[in-house]
Design a protein around this ligand. Structure first.
Ligand SMILES: Cc1cc2nc3c(=O)[nH]c(=O)nc-3n(C[C@H](O)[C@H](O)[C@H](O)COP(=O)(O)O)c2cc1C
Length: 322
């Protein structure tokens, strides 16, 4: 199999320039370990932070060299979770959504590599000042939380702004080898994929949610605060959650004031929908790239197919040059 060597593969000492996103709840130790075993870097989804869950996830990853990611504003409410993760000697720590300056400093002081996910050029410049080794340029196509700028113009702008200080990795709407090839052409040194690995067989995702993701075209995803209100997650502006549409979102999106007025009842409804796997209410958290995912596969197959397809795309593009 051909390979793609970049500053990212060299820096992380991995075979393929692919990182799996630290998806809250979905990115368990099993998924992260499978990605790392297949030559990428797997990140455990530390998410909003739960010490027991995190410990179990690291245990589950066994001896594989995995990393871990946190939602920065949430970590700031319980910063001792970073110590818990650092004690497990992760390959890298990733921070997204908020001021991670002190977390980056602490991580680097322990000799651990740091990754910051950003949504704008200004945030990328800040993250480079904090000393982030790797900056993930996340476009609004991304599944999960994100902001406004689109991947295609954001990635090269961030490469121009910080490219010699931090290693830039693209995220958002990249779900196959064509996206990987495009990201490298834009000047990124690799990709971070969430939606594609949400559909990995190792992800902690119900079969019902996987089926809905596989059937989706990517044409009608929704960005909303509805699900954050009913999960009691106090997300700062401008972040919205990118999901598939469903009956519940149709009812409440654009009607948030009424939803907040009956938050207690709706939180109970949303919780119960999780228990009974009712995806008319519960959201399937994926981005636009979901339309490129045709089946659930093991993480190793995802990585192998993406790399092979990217190599083919890059060779094909080269053939156009006269
Ligand atoms: C199910 C899901 C959960 C996510 N949870 C987190 C999270 O907890 N922390 C985080 O930094 N990013 C999270 N993300 C966003 C990813 O880090 C990443 O930016 C995104 O998945 C990239 O775009 P893609 O989904 O098109 O591949 C999540 C994404 C998905 C799909």
């Amino acid at each position: 199999m051909s390979s793609l060597q970049t500053r990212l593969t060299e820096f992380l000492n991995i075979e393929h320039p692919i990182i799996s996103a630290p998806m809250a709840f979905a990115a368990t130790g099993q998924l992260a370990a499978a990605v790392s075993a297949a030559g990428g870097l797997g990140l455990i989804g530390g998410g909003y932070g739960d010490a027991d869950w995190l410990t179990a996830a690291f245990d589950e990853s066994g001896n594989q060299p995995v990393g871990c990611g946190f939602i920065t504003w949430s970590l700031a409410e319980n910063p001792s979770l970073l110590d818990l993760a650092l004690e497990r000697s992760p390959q890298a720590m990733m921070f997204s959504f908020g001021d991670a300056s002190t977390f980056v400093e602490k991580t680097k002081a322990q000799g651990i590599k740091s990754i910051c996910q950003v949504q704008s050029v200004a945030q990328a410049i800040e993250a480079a000042k904090w000393g982030a080794d790797i900056i993930i340029a996340q476009g609004s196509e991304a599944g999960g939380h994100g902001a406004i700028r689109a991947t295609l113009p954001l990635v090269p702008a961030i490469v121009d702004a910080v490219g010699d200080r931090s290693i830039v990795v693209a995220a958002g709407g990249i779900a196959d080898g064509r996206g990987l090839a495009a990201a490298l052409t834009l000047g990124a040194e690799g990709v971070l994929m969430g939606t594609r690995f949400y559909c990995a067989s190792e992800a902690a995702v119900d079969e019902e949610a996987h089926d809905l993701a596989i059937d989706a075209t990517g044409d009608n995803t929704v960005k909303s605060s509805v699900i954050d209100h009913v999960r009691g997650k106090n997300w700062p502006s401008p972040y919205k959650l990118h999901t598939l549409p469903n009956v519940y979102l149709d009812k409440w999106h654009g009607n948030e004031e009424a939803l907040i007025a009956r938050a207690d009842e709706e939180m109970a409804t949303y919780d119960q929908a999780g228990v009974v796997r009712d995806y008319n209410t519960r959201a399937v958290i994926v981005g636009e790239g979901v339309g490129l995912v045709a089946s659930t596969e093991p993480a190793a197959a995802i990585i192998e197919n993406c790399v092979a397809e990217a190599v083919g795309s890059l060779r094909g593009s080269f053939a156009l040059v006269r």
